[in-house]
Design a protein around this ligand. Structure first.
Ligand code: PEP
Ligand code: MG
Length: 601
């Protein structure tokens, strides 16, 4: 046999997307082909019309059988998923879809695929104009049913999920609710999709199944073939395609450590976070969707500390109505019970974009018409949201929070508007809770510097370190080139935090932190030392932060803070915090505490 040239070593391809569900998965890709079909258009002779109608009929029948088959395999996967599949079956009998397509084949003498495609487009347009979110979301069901019939017409294969096994990582352009329902029955290792965001169906499902998932990878479904080796790092939004043996080994150890620690931490996640010397830190959850309230509570949160409502306004063509928002806020408040929920008014602009609102393109959006500035300009939108919140207030303990406040005038303006909405609702006979604390995010250096003045105006402070750091250190939080300068222990930051907490204490109002710094256990001793009352963070961080807090001694944290306040350089401060933390944790340090990012390990 002729000598083969030495095989080229395959290079690992690292893809960056959005991590929407944390943890690590190592396994073989199972490609679910959900790419758009190229639908041909051709005219047929009048004599061929009956045959074309018959072809369409057969495709409908095949689709019906396939859905029935999936339902049969699912059996006990849960009512919700059955309902989705029932809806798909009904859609196959929908008059507009079926009759509309037949009519078009006859009237225009075109092929069935093309007629169906046109009808699907007009049905989707109708869905777009419905203001109710539930019905609008059904638009994706139209897509999936349409896709199924089209594939049957074109002889293209349906994504085959029956070959999926428990060592598969699902790779797809997107996943349908029917796909995910099926996957509930055959547990997989994780998900990686081209499209999607935090609020996409795959993301929500992955979080509730606690499976790692990365979305918005753009081209993973083109780059990866079934059987390719993958590593999914859902905590950092990365996917390694064809990793080396060394990479696999290093992620295996990260994964093992991660699951062992998660299991241990889970045992005590519902217990409060009380330091060794008896200080109880309040722990709350950050959410972006109403449905996530149950998830954060499940991870041990004592209520919701930040509901980022701007997600209600994203990925859609119309604004959310008062009624629709009311339902979301009510759900969160009811789930949180006595612990209550802090609902933040919309924070759009900056790096958070939105479809229906044409926010003018700004040279520097982070410093532009964002958050409260936008709301004070677009008062109609603001008032609709406030009315929805006030109406929901009778279903639990509501706290309303305003983002990006820079001065006292803004606070007085928003309080006046809230008062007016309250009066309006009273005049309409709509009940509103008597006592609704109104608080503000402290996330601008200006607000930090006048925290004493602001504290006299509001019922609570929540420190938003993501923005406070961005604006104080002039580091664009979305720019990877300056990410290394994003340092929460910078002396300027520590001084600001100290000042904010001091002002809150002097005014007798509670102060929490809800930026990412709050959920990073490395900073826990500093946050205890500063005297924060509550920390609000993403669900999965809760058990770890609680466990680190339980190992701390508050008096020592206060001493540590005093010591680092004397330091002049961030590196020295970081080193001292690491030493003290190690000492206080007494050898029980979970690796995440010191190496939150495995790529920096
Ligand atoms: C923050 O800025 O720290 C914060 C919690 O708000 P967001 O991340 O939504 O801007
Ligand atoms: Mg912010």
């Amino acid at each position: 046999m002729a000598n083969r040239p030495p095989r080229k070593k395959r290079r690992t391809v690292v893809l960056q997307g959005i991590g929407v569900s944390p943890g690590y998965a190592i396994g073989r890709a199972h490609l679910v082909d959900r790419r758009r079909l190229r639908v041909p258009k051709y005219h047929i002779t009048p004599g061929r019309i009956p045959a074309e109608l018959e072809r369409f009929e057969l495709a409908l029948r095949a689709s019906e059988e396939q859905i029935r088959d999936i339902k049969g395999k699912l059996e006990s996967a849960g009512e919700e998923h059955f309902l989705i599949l029932d809806a798909h079956q009904l859609m196959l009998k929908d008059e507009m879809l079926v009759e509309g397509t037949r009519q078009l084949i006859q009237d225009q003498a075109v092929n069935a695929e093309w007629a169906l495609k046109k009808i699907l487009r007009s049905i989707k347009r109708i869905f777009d104009n419905i203001s109710d979110e539930y019905f609008r979301e059904r638009r994706s069901d139209v897509d999936f049913v349409g896709d199924r019939i089209l594939r049957n017409l074109m002889g293209s294969t349906q994504p085959n999920l029956s070959l999926v096994d428990s060592s598969s990582i699902i790779v797809s352009h997107d996943l349908s609710p029917a796909d995910t329902a099926f996957l509930l029955k055959t547990p997989v290792l994780g998900f990686a999709t081209d499209v999607g965001g935090k609020t996409s169906h795959t993301a929500i499902m992955a979080r509730s199944l606690e499976l790692p998932a990365v979305v918005a990878l753009e081209r993973i479904s083109e780059l990866v073939g079934s059987g390719d080796m993958l590593i999914i790092d859902g905590s950092h939004g990365t996917v390694l395609v064809n990793p080396s043996e060394d990479e696999i080994r290093s992620y295996q150890s990260l994964q093992m450590g991660y699951s062992t620690r998660r299991a241990q931490l889970d045992l005590r996640r519902d217990e409060p976070a009380i330091t060794r010397d008896g200080f109880r830190m309040g722990i709350q959850g950050n959410i972006e969707l109403a449905e996530e309230a149950s998830i954060v509570l499940g991870y041990g949160a004592e209520g919701v500390g930040l509901f980022r409502t701007e997600y209600l306004y994203m990925n859609r063509e119309t604004l959310p109505t008062e009624e629709e928002q009311f339902e979301h806020y009510r759900t969160v408040l009811e789930r949180c019970g006595d612990a209550g929920a802090t609902i933040r008014t919309l924070d759009l602009g900056g790096d958070k974009f939105i479809t229906p609102l044409r926010i003018s393109r700004e040279m520097n959006p982070v410093m532009g018409l964002r958050a409260i500035r936008f709301c004070l300009r677009e008062q109609g939108i603001f008032r609709t949201q406030l009315r929805a919140m006030l109406r929901a207030s009778i279903y639990g303990h509501l706290r309303i929070m305003f983002p990006l406040i820079s001065d006292v005038t803004e606070v007085r303006q928003v309080k006046k508007i809230v008062g007016e909405c309250r009066q309006e609702l009273a005049a309409e006979g709509q009940p509103v809770a008597d006592d609704i604390p109104l608080g503000i995010m402290i996330e601008l250096p200006s607000a930090a510097m006048i925290a004493d003045l602001l504290a006299k105006e509001v019922a609570f402070f929540a420190i938003g370190t993501n923005d406070l750091i961005q604006y104080t250190l002039a580091i664009d939080r979305a720019n990877e080139h300056v990410a290394h300068l994003y340092r929460p222990l910078h002396p300027a930051l520590l001084r600001m935090l100290d000042r904010i907490v001091g002002a809150a204490k002097a005014a007798g109002i509670p102060v929490s932190m809800c930026g990412e710094m709050a959920g990073d256990p490395f900073y826990a001793p500093i946050l205890v030392g500063l005297g924060l009352d509550e920390l609000s963070m993403n669900a999965v961080s809760i058990p770890l932060v609680k466990s680190v807090l339980r190992a701390l001694v508050r008096s020592r944290c206060v001493e540590l803070l005093a010591e680092v306040m004397q330091q002049t350089e961030t590196d020295d401060i970081t080193r001292i915090v690491a030493e003290r933390l190690e000492h206080m944790l007494d050898g029980m340090i979970p690796p995440e505490v010191f190496r939150p990012d495995p790529r920096q390990a």
